[in-house]
Design a protein around this ligand. Structure first.
Ligand SMILES: Nc1ncnc2c1ncn2[C@@H]1O[C@H](COP(=O)(O)OP(=O)(O)OP(=O)(O)O)[C@@H](O)[C@H]1O
Ligand SMILES: [Mg+2]
Length: 205
């Protein structure tokens, strides 16, 4: 049985997820919550190794292999870290989670969305986010905010990121109660004011 609370940040590369995730961590700690801040892929020894593989530009990774690497990283993180934390009543704040797999590997790479839903379900079990912030930006904004040196995934084409963005928006439409869409073009402070307001409304533990 889960007693904690689980919030995730999603969006395309450079949308501003990590910025809002960090501000959320700081804010909730100040509020006195027993907090666990995580990032995906990562946050376990295995998943951090998988992260290195996934971001390596020198490696050729087929879409199916990529999907399975993300799932392998997520399955361990959920079982070893997220599920126990939620059981202990902690608040878990994660930078990316399973919506990214649906958006990137499903809508972006074109793998079967229904199959991804099942595989995601297998990896996460009952650890479904209570609230998800989708930081939505257009491709031009995303590009202007990215680092000069891009990793393997960031080197993808404009068409790919448009599909991924549309995928995220579709996920939000299908999960209206869980997913809040934020206009990522506004300032960091304006965005966080919205995030904070949603947290104050929804975080009831
Ligand atoms: N609302 C904002 N307005 C302007 N610049 C922003 C905003 N949010 C973040 N930035 C800047 O944009 C860059 C990317 O932000 P951030 O790292 O938070 O994005 P991200 O979505 O986590 O990216 P990635 O997918 O690559 O991890 C950073 O330099 C950050 O300072
Ligand atoms: Mg980030």
């Amino acid at each position: 049985m889960k007693h904690g609370w689980f919030v995730t940040f999603e969006g395309i590369d450079g949308s501003g997820k990590t910025t809002q995730w960090k501000l959320t961590e700081k804010y909730l700690r100040k509020c006195g919550y027993d907090l666990l801040a995580l990032r995906e892929p990562g946050s376990t020894a295995l998943a951090e190794r998988i992260r290195k593989i996934l971001l390596d530009k020198k490696l050729a990774i087929t879409p199916v292999a990529e999907l399975n690497l993300y799932l392998a990283a997520r399955a361990g993180l959920v079982q070893e870290v997220i599920a126990p934390a939620l059981k202990q009543g902690r608040v878990v704040v994660c930078d990316r989670f399973y919506d990214s797999t649906t958006a990137y590997q499903g809508y972006g790479r074109g793998l079967d969305i229904a199959l991804i839903r099942k595989l995601n379900a297998l990896a996460v079990g009952s650890c479904i986010p209570d609230l998800t912030f989708l930081v939505d930006v257009d491709y031009a904004t995303s590009l202007s905010r990215r680092k000069k040196t891009s990793d393997r995934l960031e080197s993808e084409s404009r068409a790919f990121f448009k599909r991924v963005r549309e995928g995220f928006l579709e996920i939000a439409r299908k999960n209206k109660k869980r997913v809040v869409v934020l206009d990522g073009r506004t300032s960091v402070d304006e965005l966080f004011a919205e995030v904070r307001a949603w947290l104050n409304r929804r975080l009831t533990i």
